[in-house]
Design a protein. Structure first.
Length: 269
């Protein structure tokens, strides 16, 4: 009996000694802890992107493959402008009840972009410490749809009689029939409202892609906060008629832009 008691006592002492050594070895002081975050398995991030000729808002749903690499799906909606667009206002009133609105002279269509893609982002710097900044690169590629909405102007028409007040305003989009009047500056009263004629949308398919360098704050925290800069492009199967084509102006089927992107979201298991 005494032998058994001595044996248990020895085992107990060894266990206590081992636990004490483990604490000394594997539990550093609080000011020595290297906070490198927690490995999560998935993330969802929302983005706001401003580029050379427009902007977009989107969402990226990712699967974290390794500590440094994340694959994701991208979906966004945005708008695209032609760099030759110039907003102006004639500030007319005549006998009409409303003052004229601003317009873009020579514009034929407003363009809404729907983009989707598969992407990957990878950190290049060492595992960021808590509240630190990590650097990496990010790219995605996939389909792009350009939704063309005819641009409308308020055009001034002279009525029969020829008096100063014998005029009326007609809201029209560009066509071969009104081409001359649509491009006659003095016949333009102003721009029409944007939220009309969505039933006249036409679709032009294409592909899109982007490549960027990002700076992520607290890169391995639960919360996602990053800034990204890079280049992006859209290529379509035919010209995108943003402006009315003339001898001096022609449209193109591709668009390449520089961008700045702000990303925020969260990671989870």
């Amino acid at each position: 009996m005494n032998l058994i008691f001595r044996y248990l006592a020895v085992v107990f002492l060894i266990a206590i000694s081992t636990e004490t050594m483990a604490q000394k070895t594997f539990q550093p002081k609080s000011n020595q802890i290297d906070w490198k975050g927690i490995i999560y398995r998935k993330e969802i991030a929302y983005e706001a992107r401003i580029h050379t000729n427009g902007g977009l808002i989107g969402v990226n749903v990712g699967k974290i493959k390794t500590y440094y690499k994340t694959n994701y799906y991208h979906l966004s909606i945005g708008y695209l402008k032609d760099p030759r667009e110039k907003k102006q206002n004639r500030n007319l009133s005549f006998s009409f009840p409303d003052r004229s609105s601003s317009f873009s002279y020579g514009k034929q269509n407003s363009v809404i972009n729907l983009r989707a893609g598969l992407g990957m982002k990878k950190f290049l710097s060492e595992k960021a410490k808590r509240k630190g900044i990590a650097i990496g690169y990010d790219y995605n590629i996939g389909p792009s749809l350009a939704l063309l909405k005819p641009y409308e102007l308020e055009l001034i028409y002279e009525l029969e009689g020829g008096g100063t007040n014998d005029r009326e305003i007609r809201v029209e989009s560009y066509s071969e029939e009104n081409a001359e009047k649509f491009l006659t500056y003095n016949d333009i009263f102003g721009g029409a409202g944007y939220w009309s004629n969505f039933g006249e949308l036409s679709i032009v398919p294409g592909i899109q892609g982007k490549l960027g360098l990002f700076f992520s704050m607290g890169a391995f925290d639960k919360t996602i906060k990053s800034l990204e800069v890079g280049v992006m492009g859209d290529i379509y199967i035919r010209k995108i008629p943003i402006m009315v084509e003339t001898e001096e102006i022609s449209n193109k089927p591709y668009f390449f832009n520089f961008y700045v992107k702000f990303l925020f979201g969260s990671r989870s298991n």
